[in-house]
Design a protein around this ligand. Structure first.
Ligand code: DX5
Ligand code: ZN
Length: 221
C-alpha cells in the first residue's frame, strides 16, 4: 500500500549543536525540511535528559517550522499543557508508561495541537491499536529511545507494514513516522513499507549537503 501523505523529513535537533540551537534550527530551515523533531527526555522513561518547554518556546519564537515534539516521559499527562503552551504543533506520547493515554491524547487534540502515539522497538504493535482512531501520527521507534546515533533495528519493518495495512483497513489517515537510525538507505526502506514521515538526527547534521539529503529522502525513486 502507498501512504496517502506526502513524505516529510523531520530533522531531530537532538543531533544539533546544543550550544547554538538557533543555528541548528536555521540549518533545518535552509534544507527545505518543513518539520523539526524535538526530543524531550526525563531521565526515567529513558536514561537521558534533554530540555523542557522553556527551550521549546524560545525556539518557537525564532522559527516557523512545524514543531514535532516527542515526549519520552513517564508522566506525559503532567506536561502536555506546558508543551501545548510552548507552541508545539504536534505532541507524541509513548504508549508504554502507566497513565491514561486516551485522556492525554484528547487533551492535546482539544487544544488545537496534533497528537501521536509512539511505540518502543520491543513493544508489540497491538498495544497502540486502541488509540489509532485518535491519532494524527504513529511513531515507530527503530532504536531504543534515549540517544541519537544508534543503528536502525530492521525488526521494526513488520510493524510499519502492519500499521500501513491497518490504516487502509480501518480507513484511518494517521501518518507513520519512523524515528531512529534513519539514513538514505533505511529511510528508503521505510518509505517502501508505508512510512511517510522520517526523523533524521545524526545523518541530517552529518550530511554536508543538507538540501540534497532531504530531497533524496523524499524522492520517489
Ligand atoms: C531517540 C530520539 C530520536 C533521535 C534520532 O531517542 O527519539 O529522535 O534524535 O536520532 P538518530 O537519527 O541519530 O538516530
Ligand atoms: Zn524522537
Amino acid at each position: 500500500m502507498s501512504s496517502p501523505h506526502e513524505t516529510i523529513i523531520a530533522p531531530s535537533i537532538l543531533a544539533g549543536d546544543h550550544s547554538n540551537l538557533i543555528s541548528s534550527l536555521q540549518q533545518i530551515e535552509k534544507s527545505g525540511a518543513p518539520w523539526v523533531h524535538l526530543d524531550i527526555m526525563d531521565g526515567h522513561f529513558v536514561p537521558n535528559l534533554t530540555f523542557g518547554p522553556q527551550t521549546v518556546q524560545a525556539l518557537r519564537e525564532q522559527s516557523n517550522l512545524f514543531f514535532d515534539v516527542h515526549l519520552m516521559l513517564d508522566n506525559p499527562h503532567d506536561y502536555v499543557d506546558a508543551f501545548i503552551k510552548s507552541g508545539s504543533d504536534q505532541i507524541t506520547i509513548h504508549v508504554e508508561p502507566n497513565y491514561c493515554v486516551n485522556e492525554t491524547l484528547e487533551t492535546i487534540r482539544n487544544n488545537q495541537c496534533l497528537c501521536g502515539i509512539a511505540l518502543n522497538p520491543d513493544s508489540p504493535v497491538e498495544l497502540i491499536r486502541p488509540y489509532l482512531n485518535l491519532c494524527d501520527i504513529v511513531v515507530v521507534m527503530a532504536v531504543q529511545p534515549g540517544f541519537g546515533g544508534q543503528n536502525f533495528d530492521k525488526q521494526v519493518t513488520s510493524k510499519i507494514q502492519l500499521l500501513d495495512r491497518w490504516r487502509y483497513e480501518l480507513d484511518l489517515n494517521y501518518r507513520i513516522e519512523v524515528d531512529g537510525g534513519i539514513d538514505s538507505e533505511t529511510g528508503k526502506l521505510c518509505r517502501l513499507l508505508g512510512a511517510d514521515t522520517l526523523v533524521a538526527g545524526t545523518s541530517f547534521y552529518k550530511s554536508t549537503d543538507k538540501k540534497s539529503f532531504v530531497s533524496n529522502l523524499c524522492a520517489t525513486n
